[in-house]
Design a protein around this ligand. Structure first.
Ligand SMILES: NC(=O)C1=CN([C@@H]2O[C@H](COP(=O)(O)OP(=O)(O)OC[C@H]3O[C@@H](n4cnc5c(N)ncnc54)[C@H](O)[C@@H]3O)[C@@H](O)[C@H]2O)C=CC1
Ligand SMILES: CC(C)CC(=O)C(=O)O
Ligand SMILES: [Mg+2]
Length: 374
């Protein structure tokens, strides 16, 4: 059943983090264990600390030990970080900046792939009309280690004695080139359309992205490159999303547009991501730690389970096993099981844990053996 290199043992570093993080990563690990039982791939899971959980345990949001474990791993699976408990700490030692952004920087995970897909089983779960979301298949490529989130931040006093703040948006040519090139590579393998989303009517950084894109484009004559301002894109995404194939954009725009994109799928609890530097990757749902539902066993674990699928595809050379996870998720949805965020009349409410059990059972049950190219 396995691909050529897909045997293992694969070393997976699991970083549950905060809020719903431990609940959703538990279910993704459960699904990977079922896959191991089914297919014979072996995983060696190690757990590490990040975010508020790391602050509470050892005083820092990204312990050196976590980084060392990551360096010895084939891939990292992460839940989410942050929460009100840590919001008043100085920014650099908060879970988000000192934990999540730091691990992205340490491993130079510059390309964040966020697929935004239509789930036919959930076509009525989205507040958008089915005829708008049907067939949506967008790959958002978000630059992940530059831009506003990483530039210098400071507070100053103006000459008039007024308090002022500075966040710096800086991108080097290399940072732009590598992620734009990946956007072209992916567009070439998909529908051949790349949209660079920016704010080039006002931002110098966006004008620079366009200059770089025009150069890279010369290597991909078969890809159609177009440009769109981010404000228009935010509108087009929910008005006419099928026009998009691959979108490449800078860090903050990609962060915001992908949360919006989750409405096309039906819930933010559904969208996975891969943060890549070559083959090495960190895999996490696009959502946060959802403190409002943490500890209640009601989070949707499917985004994290599908992130484990992306890990199989992008870091572990196991595309068929990735497909098996995706088919199992689809089967569970077809049978009408739903967590609260995607519940509709006539469907069955399940807990986070039950959703993980159902996907694992589906994999073990082998219902999809015939339909899969295994
Ligand atoms: N990658 C990460 O670790 C991220 C961390 N954060 C952090 O998470 C904390 C909460 O941030 P919010 O802005 O509230 O964003 P959030 O994504 O955690 O939650 C937004 C809304 O979506 C719901 N939601 C999120 N994931 C869900 C799931 N799997 N199933 C069902 N419902 C789900 C939440 O209940 C909430 O109503 C903050 O501390 C923030 O900084 C936010 C985004 C990403
Ligand atoms: C800490 C934030 C930048 C995380 C986030 O919102 C994201 O990566 O989607
Ligand atoms: Mg976000």
């Amino acid at each position: 059943m396995s691909g050529r290199n897909c045997k293992g043992p694969f070393k997976i570093l699991v970083l549950p983090g905060d809020g719903i993080g431990p609940e959703i990563t538990r279910e993704a690990v459960k699904v990977l264990k079922a896959l191991s039982e089914k297919s014979g791939i072996t995983f060696n899971f190690q757990h590490g600390l990040i975010g508020g959980a790391a602050i509470d345990e050892v005083g820092v949001p990204l312990p050196a030990e976590t980084v060392e474990l990551g360096k010895k791993s084939d891939a990292i699976l992460l839940g989410a970080v942050g929460g009100p408990k840590w919001d008043n700490l100085p920014p650099e030692i908060r879970p988000e900046l000192g934990g999540l952004l730091k691990i992205r920087k340490v491993f130079d995970l510059y390309a964040n792939l966020r697929p935004v897909m239509f789930f036919p089983e959930l076509k009525n779960a989205s507040p958008l009309k089915p005829d708008i979301i049907e067939g949506v298949d967008i790959l958002m490529v978000r630059e992940l280690t530059g831009g506003l989130y990483f530039g210098e931040k400071k507070r100053i006093t103006t000459e008039q004695g007024e308090q002022a703040v500075i966040d710096t948006l800086i991108y080097t040519e290399k940072e732009v080139e590598r992620v734009v090139r990946l956007g072209f590579e992916l567009a070439q393998k998909r529908g051949g359309k790349l949209t660079l989303v920016d704010k080039a009517n006002v931002l110098e950084s966006s004008r620079f992205w366009r200059e770089v894109a025009e150069e890279v484009k010369k290597d991909y004559p078969e890809v159609t490159l177009s440009y769109m301002y981010v404000d228009n894109c935010a509108m087009q995404l929910i008005r006419n999303p099928r026009q998009f194939d691959v979108i490449v954009t800078e860090n903050m725009f990609g962060d915001i547009l992908t949360d919006e994109g989750s409405v096309l799928a039906g819930s933010i609890g559904l969208l996975p991501s891969a943060s890549l530097n070559g083959k090495f990757g960190l895999y996490e749902p696009i959502h946060g730690s959802a403190p409002d539902i943490a500890g209640q066993n009601k989070a949707n674990p499917l985004a994290t389970i599908l992130s484990a699928g992306m890990m199989l595809r992008y870091s572990l050379d196991c595309p068929e096993e990735a497909l098996l996870i995706e088919k199992a998720v689809k089967a569970v949805l077809q049978k009408g099981y739903r967590t609260g965020d995607i519940l509709e009349p006539g469907t069955t409410l399940v807990t986070c844990e039950e959703m993980g059990d159902l996907v694992a059972e589906e994999i073990l049950g082998g219902v999809y053996d015939e339909g899969l190219p295994l």
